[in-house]
Every structure is written in C-alpha cells, then in structure tokens.
Design a protein around this ligand. Structure first.
Ligand code: PLP
Length: 417
C-alpha cells in the first residue's frame, strides 16, 4: 500500500492530503475504491482564468460559472481555485448549489441564475445570495413569505432573444423597477444571455446585444440604481470584446473548452482542458468468430478476437449514446462493442492486455487523445455536456501542477470536512 504523507502544495484551500507514489495509479491509493476515476487539473483552470482575465478591461469582473457541479468538475474545488485565480463572483443555477458553497465557507458574491421559489426568499437574504428576477409576480408572492428585513439582492434578467427566461419589454422592466422602489431590495445587476454568440453569423448576437443596450440605457436615463450590467458568456467575451460590460459570466472557457473552432482560431488565448477520465481493464477474454457479446447479443464477432470488460457504464454517465465510439488502450483505439451496461462496457482490443491495464475515455493515453469535442461530435452535442454527464459514482482526483491534492469520492450538498 502506498504511504500517505502530509505535504504542502502551496494551495492553502484545497485539502492537502497527498500520496507520494504513483499519482497515475489510483489502484495503489488506499482511499480510492474504484478503478474508474476522473482527473481534474486545478492548475489548468487557474491558468485558463488568468488568461481570460488578462483579456478583460481592468474594471470588468469575472463571474465563474460553477453550476451543475462546475460542469462535472466539482463545485467546491472549482469555486475555490477560481476565486484564488481572480474570479470576482460565482454563478450557480439553483439555491442548493449556492447554499452548499456558503456552508463550505465561500463568502464571495454568488448569483443564482434560475429564479428561486418566493417562499425561499429568507434563505437568500440570510445567506447573502443574489437572486434572478424574471417577472413582477415573484415580488408580490415573495412579500407573503419574507420575514427578514436584511438586504435582498436581485439581478433582473432580460430575455433579448434566447426565449428562455426574463423580461422581454421596456413595459415589463418599468413595472418591475416601479415595484422594487417600494421594497427593501438592492438591484445589484441586470443581465441577458446569448443564443448564438459562438456562431459564425453575428446577426442574432448583435440584435440581442442591441436590445440589451436599449434596455440598459432606458434604466440609466431614469437613474434607476442598477449597479452592474453583464451579458457576455465565454463565446461573447472571446469574440466580441468590444461589447463586454461590467462583468462577464465564464463557464466553458474556465474548463478549457472553446465555444467553437472559429473562436479558437481567432483568439490568442490558449485554453487547456481541465479533465480526463480513465478506468482499468477488469477482465480479458478471447472470443471466437460468431460468438456474441452483451445484452440483446447485439454484437457478433466477425473473427476471433480479444474482448475486455471495463468497469464503466451508464450508471457512471457513460450512456448508450457512446455505442459506436471507442476508448484508448496503450494509445490505440479500442471500439466499444455491444450494448453499454449500467456498470460495465466491453471493448475490442487490438491484442491481449493484462487485467489492470489503464484505459482512457477522455484525455490522453500514450500520446493519443480523445477530446471532449470528439465525444460531443459522436453524440451530436456540445463538449460541456460530456463532463456534466459523469455521475457522482465516479471519484474526482484533483491535481495541482502534477501533484494529487484531493479526492472527492462522492458528491453531496453537505459540508465537506
Ligand atoms: C445565464 C448563463 N450565463 C453564463 C453561462 C456560462 O456560459 P459559457 O459556459 O458558455 O461560458 C451560462 C451557461 O450556460 C448561462 O446559462
């Protein structure tokens, strides 16, 4: 068994219990029970944020989007490294995510993007959380539940064309700002979100931006006290730097994902993917031509071949949509054969390998790589959907400059030790 030591890594907020041998070999790490794991490279997240911050005007703040478990990278670890790297605030989607951050000592500004239930208003006030306002009726309902006199911070969301949530007209904006005047509410921000900032064609983006500017100017002309205006996501921040307002809301860029090929080619920023996903061969068997593999006997061997079983399945977020794709073994392609099961999948090996051999689902293996873009193309989705799919069952092993610094074995809303 590997010896555990306490070792300072220079990171004061990440748990510093590290092992001295075999960082590439979680089999030897006593805390890790599974032979399937995700690696997160915190220094890459840090560097991506530094580069993105360098692009921004000195007065523009960066809000780091850590919603949906930081796109599968782990809410708390990402929030901590993002704030250390210079993020000015955090963005989450739901109240639980914000409370989880607060209960783990995060004191930075947190904006909740999805409107909370009016009956939870006191939770927002008590925990100093900023909430999103999309309709006047929320204020009327919230009054029935509000007991705390403290400051309720809101960001007014404008729907300029995404068609998801938000106010759509000056009339609605007038109604809501009039209502707010009589409440103990601080208008901390007003924002919108783009539908096509990553597209080559700028027309939809430009029309959304102009609509937002029109509504922003309307509030300024009337001296409505809104403190900050923000609209840019990663794509808009990289492609339209001239449109950046008081803050940007950065998700994919922080994790090293480019919003499009065109944006990647047009920027000097060199982002690095912050995650890889690996497992180890559980069993290898030789099957003969005509033998069948897996549920429904969906795969028939066309010749004698070597099949390996890998302990990853749709219970880990490796869904059946990855059928027809492959893993890497010793840098070589090993196609997934048959149906992906809940806990296992089978691959065809180019030659026999011993049980315990490392295989890679995302990232590098012996000089070859499976990228999030490769996987997204296979399932006709976006790269950020891939890490967001990986479930709580897969432990996250955090590295900082090559040194493993923390293992998160499960994901919960509770306070971390
Ligand atoms: C409202 C809002 N702002 C910002 C972001 C971050 O966007 P991105 O990950 O493209 O940078 C998202 C992500 O979906 C979002 O929904």
């Amino acid at each position: 068994m590997t010896k555990l030591t306490k070792q300072s890594t220079g990171m004061n907020t990440i748990i510093e219990e590290v092992w001295t041998q075999g960082p590439d070999s979680p089999l030897e790490v006593p805390q890790l029970h599974r032979n399937t794991w995700v690696e997160i490279y915190l220094d890459k997240i840090e560097d991506n944020i530094h580069q993105l911050k360098n692009l921004l005007p000195a007065t523009t703040g960066l809000m780091a989007a850590v919603k949906a478990d930081a796109y599968g990278h782990g809410t708390l670890a990402v929030a901590r490294i993002a704030l250390e790297a210079g993020a000015n605030a955090l963005v989450v989607s739901i109240l639980e995510e914000a409370l989880y951050l607060r209960s783990n000592g995060i004191t930075a500004q947190i904006l909740i993007l999805t409107p909370i239930n009016p009956y939870d208003v006191d939770l927002a006030i008590a925990n100093d959380l900023s909430v999103t306002l999309i309709q006047a009726s929320w204020i009327e309902e919230m009054r029935l539940y509000r007991r705390l006199k403290g400051n309720l911070k809101v960001h007014i969301k404008i729907d300029t064309g995404l068609g998801r949530i938000g106010l759509r007209s000056i009339g609605e904006l007038e109604e809501i700002t009039d209502l707010i005047k009589n409440e103990s509410i601080t208008m901390e921000g007003m924002y919108t979100h783009f539908a096509t900032a990553n597209h080559d064609d700028p027309s939809c983006y430009k029309s959304q931006y102009q609509q937002f500017v029109k509504m922003m100017n309307w509030t300024k002309e009337r001296e409505i006290p809104i403190k900050t205006f923000h609209c840019s996501n990663t794509a808009a921040a990289l492609k339209y730097p001239e449109d950046i307002l008081d803050m940007v809301r950065i998700g994919v860029g922080m994790f090293g994902i480019y919003p499009s090929k065109e944006i990647q080619e047009g920027t000097s920023v060199h982002l690095n993917t912050a995650l890889s996903f690996h497992s180890r061969i559980l069993q290898v068997k030789k099957i003969l031509k005509g033998e069948k593999i897996g549920y429904d006997q969906a795969y028939t061997a066309t010749e004698d071949q070597w099949i390996a079983t890998i302990p990853v399945g749709y219970g880990d977020g490796w869904f059946r949509c990855f059928q027809g794709f492959y893993l890497l073994v010793e840098g070589e392609i090993a196609p997934i054969v048959g149906r992906i099961c809940m806990d296992q999948l089978m691959i065809k090996l180019p030659r026999p390998y011993p049980a315990g051999t490392k295989v890679t689902l995302i990232g590098e293996n012996n000089g070859h790589k499976i990228t999030l873009e490769d996987l997204a193309n296979h399932i006709e989705s976006v790269p950020q959907e891939i890490p967001s799919m990986i479930t709580y069952r897969v432990p996250r092993v955090y590295y900082y400059k090559g040194v493993p610094v923390h293992i998160q074995k499960e994901r919960t809303w509770r306070t971390e030790k």
